[in-house]
Design a binder for this molecule. Sequence first.
Ligand SMILES: [Zn+2]
Length: 164
Amino acid sequence: MGPCVYDDPDSPNAIAGDGCVCWRASRDNITQLPVVARHYRTVTGNIENWTHYTFAPLELPKNERLYSLIIDHEADMQWVRLENGILHILPEVNGRGYSGSGPSDLAAMIEQIVEADGYGVVAKERETLPSDKVFNWVSSPAASRTQELTLEQLKALCRTGMVG
Ligand SMILES: [Zn+2]
């Protein structure tokens, strides 16, 4: 990756003086996850945009315990807060995410987290469907609000179908 034309007008990424196609790597301040940005700028600057890509982890450290699951409706993302306070993106199977695949992946992840008592937050392909209790809640309007659910609430959800 060469420098951006803004940083070095003679960059190999520069196009005819003022245009640019470059990549920038940085870290997200909150999650410390790598973020890659692609910069695209035409020579005249009439088209310019930055596209950001982040990478969800496949698993969280196995000896760290989940404190809460955050459903972030505005950002269309799910986060995990660990007992040590650190925030992570909920691990997901490569490139799949939780919105595109419908609620079954998120429901199955919640069941997995509860079964492991908050440990072993790992993304994996699943062979079994989640229970109706969890699936129905995750599919309902109640789940589409931004909210933070503690491990106890997730356990209640698996038991009763409601977060209490
Ligand atoms: Zn650039």
